[in-house]
Design a protein around this ligand. Structure first.
Ligand code: ADP
Ligand code: MG
Length: 351
């Protein structure tokens, strides 16, 4: 539904490897004072002065992590950068540089890689990070994309998964579940399109869900908000795999338990409508959905006053002694053990 059959196709072999690198990396500007040398030498040279450096990397494989049938390449490039920056933000650090490595089969014309790089460069610009290197190679089948992100922070600001105390409050930014439902909407439209390519996609009423899936954003604003509130979270993680799975990570790493309250979980009205239409349980999607790239963190109880009036934050539960386990407290006030990949419909038959 997205492919433009009339677009120009220039084969990759016409440029050669060095020509391609040159083509893709032209006009890349350096804006970070800490980037001493970017692309063009055997390695980038960076200066972090007295800051600590955080590094995170992701590898995305076509057909496993993305499907180009409904993910335009520009969005893929943007999203691949953002998900890495989200990991840097989840350490309460400031993203500063990225490297980009790609492997592509000759099925892709140069124009396709240009689109991918448009998305990558756009994200780098929006987030103020420098593209300082990468690697370019061929693959026998499909596309692989790996981004490495670097960031900086003062040592005392860095927030790990392991610091949650057994009486801390559990807090999430924004809302959850929308990106997963966006994917369901896109999958449905893809199937409709396969049956009848003349059908125009009907995406009215799903704009927020689709945007959350195709163009997610990292919460780089949260570090600044913490600073302004003089708040140091005790532990933090970003919501990439789903709320439930991330809560379990915080608990296991911190040696605590948790009670998550179903009625507190923040969801967007579009998610509620779509879940009703698709006949899927809202809470199931909200806690298992994934790819929201919100931040999940814990704070000391005495810090509650600092966040209670802030629209960015919702307290969704509290930590407990490890021996009490990890539970969802439902609206009907029943206690269900939280599992890494769902407690009902989404994962039936899986373990
Ligand atoms: P080497 O042979 O030392 O690996 P390359 O010829 O692969 O060097 O890369 C030349 C320069 O271009 C290096 O600075 C490298 O980091 C950069 N580079 C290569 N591929 C990419 C890419 N896809 N995106 C950004 N920079 C790249
Ligand atoms: Mg190389």
């Amino acid at each position: 539904m997205i492919e433009d059959k009339n677009q120009q196709r220039t084969s990759l072999s016409s440029l050669g490897e060095f020509g391609l690198i040159q083509h893709l990396t032209q006009n890349i500007e350096i804006t970070q004072p800490g980037t001493l040398t970017g692309i063009g030498d055997d390695a980038a040279v960076l200066d972090f002065k007295d800051k600590k450096v955080v590094v995170s990397t992701d590898l995305l494989v076509e057909g496993v992590h993305f499907d180009l049938a409904y993910m335009p390449l520009k969005h893929l490039g943007y999203k691949a950068v953002v998900v890495n920056l989200s990991d840097i933000c989840a350490m309460n650090a400031k993203p500063t540089q990225i490297t980009v490595s790609i492997a592509v089969s000759n099925r892709f014309p140069i124009e396709a890689l240009d689109e991918l790089y448009d998305g990558i460069k756009h994200a780098a610009k929006i987030y103020g990070v420098d593209i300082v290197g990468g690697d370019t190679t061929s693959s026998t089948k499909g596309m692989l994309l790996s981004i490495t992100a670097l960031g900086e922070a003062d040592a005392e600001d860095i927030t790990y998964r392991k610091g949650a105390g057994s009486t801390d409050l559990l807090v999430v930014t924004g809302d959850v579940g929308a990106a997963y439902m966006g994917l369901q909407v896109l999958e449905r439209e893809k199937q409709v399109f396969q049956v009848n390519p003349n059908n125009q996609p009907d995406l009215d009423g799903y704009s927020y869900l689709i945007e959350r899936q195709l163009k997610p954003e990292a919460r780089r604003d949260i570090k600044e908000i913490f600073k302004a509130l003089e708040l140091q979270p005790t532990s933090m993680i970003d919501v990439s795999d789903g709320l439930s799975s991330e809560i379990i990570h915080l608990c296991k790493n911190s040696g605590v338990g948790c009670n998550l309250y179903e009625e507190k979980i923040p969801v967007d009205p579009q998610l509620i409508n779509a879940c009703e239409e698709f006949n899927i349980d809202i809470t199931t999607v909200a806690i298992n959905g994934g790819e929201d790239y919100e931040l999940l963190f814990t704070i000391k109880q005495e810090d509650y006053d600092k966040i209670k009036a802030n629209p960015n934050f919702t307290v969704i539960g509290h930590m407990t002694q490890e021996s009490e386990g990890i539970h969802l407290i439902t609206r009907a006030n029943t206690k269900i053990p939280l599992k890494a990949r769902g407690w009902n419909a989404l994962t039936e038959g899986e373990e």
